[in-house]
Design a protein around this ligand. Sequence first.
Ligand code: AMP
Length: 423
Amino acid sequence: MTFKELNLISPILKAINDEGYEQPSPIQAQAIPPLLEGRDVLGCAQTGTGKTAAFAIPILQKLFKANATKTSGRAVKALILTPTRELAAQVGQSFKTYGRYTGLKTIVMFGGVSQVPQVEELRAGADILVATPGRLCDLINQKICDLSSISFFVLDEADRMLDMGFIADVKKIIALIPRSRQTLLFSATMPKEIAALADTILQKPIKVTVTPVSSPVEIIDQSVYFVDNSSKSGLLLHLLKTQQVYSALVFTRTKRRADQVCRTLNKSGVSAGVIHSDKSQTARQRALAEFAAGKTWVLVATDIAARGIDIDKLTHVFNYNLPEEAEAYVHRIGRTGRAGHEGTAISLCSFDEKPYLESIQKLIKMDIRVEEDNPYPMQNFEPRKPPAPRPPKSSAGSGRRKPHPSTKPNRPSRPSPDAKKHR
Ligand code: AMP
């Protein structure tokens, strides 16, 4: 199957060609034809499958054919709702990329930044609006955004909308969109609430499923190291040094740990950035941009902040902590191995985290390979004790713990450009 066989118009074929895509991914081959025919689509797909192009391309083509660019006084005709700001920015960028020869205008609105420039863009007119629910509700309440001309509505990553508590806002927004529209709903998993929402907003949808719900991308090489919490940074530094890492995303369970890991990496000579929800929007965007541009080698993140990150050539995902929710593991490792590239996911599992590993293996229906070649083998086989009450402060220095030998700075260097070329 080629893109030409999907009956795409030449401005879009040209943009796809610029991107170097050779053939449609399975979700694109399945979803583009019914979308061009005007059908509603329910897509069960994770990021990394090419789902953004699967919905962006037909919407752009239909708007272009409807002569949307010639309409005087542009009104927003397509609305895409995404759960996070990062995903909104990426989806907006995809519309701009695939639509670059169509003359259609895409704008992106999300919270955490001043609304003034966004309002100016909205007033100047646009065809496609990509937004997060909170900011869009604010703009609707202020009567700045009007949804009465919408004829395409996409709800992206619906399961995350639910996890993040946005469903009430989403329902409020949907109630304001005209009923005569084409609706698309994408979700990596299909919890009951999302299936019920899909029933109410989609009309006779075509169902498109690309990977079985919750199954990790098979091409990703997954392994686990059993290691004590106190040795994790030493092991992480060792792996960064020895694994031919081109760029890596490191997941931690908490924001505090993310900051701590980032500091340790930077102190050890590894250029690292950090993103989590306590960081300002500007700081998050900067950290992402520096990582995408290769200025930093490692990005440390918490689950929610990293949702939807789409970085080409991300070779490694490290789970510094195993996630408590098994499904988060699937989302995390899906950041690598994008669009058919190889990827590696390495988990650092302490004794306390073994139950999480078991539920992950149950969910993905496979055993993750245990790495035996481990310079920091687990020594502690007891559950973590609750922290002891602090002793009263006595003479300076007496309570100070010696650094664990395994966390001694160990300065790895980024692989040489030649090494990268061969990745
Ligand atoms: P998505 O699942 O939409 O987040 O897309 C994941 C990645 O796949 C993005 O980096 C896209 O640029 C890339 N991609 C999308 N469609 C194709 C295709 N047909 N061939 C190669 N790469 C693609």
